[in-house]
Write a protein that binds this ligand. Structure first.
Ligand SMILES: [Cu+2]
Length: 94
């Protein structure tokens, strides 16, 4: 438990100074029930460099925070496609 909290603190403190952190919004049209986001999130969490995955089922969108030295939009869309949910980038935020 202590380890988990320490990890979260590190992650929170570390985030703003990562120069290569990128946030992108992916459209995942295949998400159509409450179980889909779990599969999509799992697939994206597994991509090295991904630090945060937020799924909005209603909009069929996923916001992904990742280190672009380790991951890429291509790696993200490949991961969701391999999980059965083709996706494409619809936007980005800093
Ligand atoms: Cu589903």
């Amino acid at each position: 438990m202590k380890k988990v909290i320490a990890g979260l603190v590190l992650l929170t403190l570390g985030m703003p100074v990562w120069a290569a952190t990128r946030i992108v919004v992916l459209s995942v049209p295949g998400m159509n029930c409450a179980a889909c986001p779990i599969t999509v999130k799992k697939a994206l969490d597994r991509v090295p460099g991904v630090s945060k995955v937020e799924v909005r089922l209603q909009k069929r969108e996923v916001t992904v925070t990742f280190d672009d030295a380790l991951a890429s939009v291509e790696a993200l869309t490949l991961a969701t496609r391999d999980a059965g949910y083709p996706s494409s980038q619809v936007g980005s935020a800093k």
